[in-house]
Design a protein around this ligand. Sequence first.
Ligand code: ZN
Length: 608
Amino acid sequence: MALPAFFSRVADSLRPVANVDPDTLADKLHDVRLHLDVVSQDDGAKGAFLLACNLAARLYPVIDLRPSHGSSRDETLTHQARDLIRAINPDADILLATRNGAASLGEAEDEPGHDHEPGRDGSDDTGLAVSLRLGVSFSRNAGHIGTTQPSAQDRLVEVSARGWTVAVDPAEGWDRLDDGTSAEPGHPLAWLAAAAFGMSEVFRIVFAAELGDRGRTGRQAGGIDLLTAAPVDVDAPASSPFGEAADTTAVATSEAPSSADEGPVPIAEAEPVDLGEFFLVGGGAIGQAAALALSEVDAVGVMHVVDPETVTLSNLQRYVLTRAKDVGAVKVDLMQEAVKNNAFGLAGAASRLEIKPLRGKWGDSEEHLDAHQVLVALDTARDRITVAATAPRHAYNAWTQVADLGWSRHEEFSVKPCLACLYYPSRPRSHDHELIAEAVRQTPLRVLAYLTYNLPIGYPLPSVPAIAELPAPPDAVRWTQVALIEDLLDDGVVEQTQRNEWADKTVGLLYRDGICAGGLLPVGDLPGEALVPLAHQSALAGILLAAELYWSRSPSLAARRASQVEHRYDVLRGFPQVFGRPRERTPHCLCEDTFFAAHAGAVEADHP
Ligand SMILES: [Zn+2]
C-alpha cells in the first residue's frame, strides 16, 4: 500500500475539479509513475526540486528520482529528496538510481507487495509515466538512466526561472547560454513558483481525461514575470534577451516587460533583504508555504506566526511543513522549528529569520493593533475582515478557491482598496440556515425548523413553522411525514451506509462534522467554505504571498511591481493567462470610516 494515510482528504480535494470516486482514484494514482528531475544548475532550482518532491509526496504514491541525462543533480540532493518524500508518506514507492545505473526502490527493495517493482534491467514501462523537469534540457528527447523508453514528449513538463520570470515548457536555450551556463539565475522564489506551476501541469496531465478541455494533452508553453505580472515570450532563447531585437520575430515586443527600456534591474538587493518585523496570520496550507518560501531566501527579520490549531492527519494532504510524525503538533511551533532549520528546503542554509510563534487568533495580542506588516493566510472572509479592522499599514493576502488562487497587496489605507474591500459583504452575509440549506440542497425553511427544534434529522418535523420572510412551499406538509435524512439519502448527500451514523444527529452537526470537515462532500453545489484545495494550489498562493512581502522591502523591486493590487491564476488552465485583476475600493467599506483611517494614520506615524 503506497497511498498516503491521508488519502481520503486527497480524494476530497479532487472531487470539485475531477469527479472521480475514491477507488478509481486510488487505482489511477497507483498507475502513475511521476519522474522528478532537476537539470538547471541554479541554487534555486534545487530548492524547487525539493518543493516538487514535497508536493508530489502528498498525492502520488510512486515517484521516480533517477537523474536524467544531463542532470546536474548530486547524490546528496537525491537522498534529501528521498528522505523528505518518505517523511511525508512513509509508504511511498521511490525509484532511485544505483551505482550501476539500475533502479532500486530506495530502501524498500525487500518489502513485498509493491506494484511497481522495476524489471531486472531497471526499466518499468507499466503505467502512466509523467515527468517534471526543473530547467530546460538540451535535448527534449533525453530519457533517464536505466529506462529503455523515455517519457513520452507530451507527458513531459519543463519549467524554469530567469530572474523573476517563470516559464513553463520554454524553448531549448531559454534559460542557458550557448556555453551551457545559466543565462540569469532565477530568484529562489521564482524557482519555487516554477515548481508549483510545474506540479499543477503534472496534475493536468494525470487527470486529463477527467478534466476534459482543462486537461493537458501536449506542450503548452507560456511564462510570466512574477514581479511585473507581464506575460513573457518563452520561445526566445537566452542569447536574445528581452528588449534586444536580436530576433524580432521571436520577441513579441508588445509582450515584453514594461521595464525593458529602463535597462537591467537586479533581481534582488546585493545584501540580504531586511523584511523587518511582520506577522503571518494563519498556519494552514498557504501560511506554511509562505513560511517555507521565506526560509529559502536571503533575508533577515522577525516573523510572528499566529494560529490557534494543531496539525490533523488530513492537513498532510497540502501543508508543506508537515510530515507523518507531525500529526498533533502545534502548528506555530512546528513552523518555528521548520523555518529555523530550513527543514523542508536546502539543508545547511539555515534561515536568518527569527520566528516568534503565538498560538492564538488575530487580536489576541495588543501588538496586533499596532501591526506594521501582515501576511494574511486565513480561510474565511470573516477572519480576513478581522485583520483588516486593525488597519495594518501593509497587508498582503492570498487565498484559494475552486481551481483558482489569488493574491493581493494593500499598502495605502483609505487610498487603494484595503483588505476588507475584497471581502466586505456587498449584501447581507448568509445566515447559518441558508449556508446549511445550500450545502444539503434543502429549502432554508426546513433547515431552520430542524435547527429551531434541535431535532435529529432521523425524525420528521412536528410541524411547519410560520416565518414571514420564508413562505412554506406547497408540499411542506410532507416534512411532517418524512424525515429529513430520507431526502438526503435520496439526493446522495448522505450515503446509505452512513444512515445510522447521522440519523440521530442534528443538521447543524451534519454540516459541521460531515460536510465542512470533509466527511461528506456532495459533488456539485458545494458551499464555498467546504472546499479542499489542491496541494500545489495552496503552495503557489503561499509563495506569491511571500514574494509580495519580499518585493515591498526592496525599493528597486517595489517600484517595478504591477500596478494592479490583485492577481489570479487558474491552476487547471495552464498558460497563457492574464494575472492582474482591476479592483476598486468597495463603497461603505471600513476603510471609508474615519475611525479606522485615523488608526491607520497613527500606525503609520509609528513606523515612518
Ligand atoms: Zn476597504
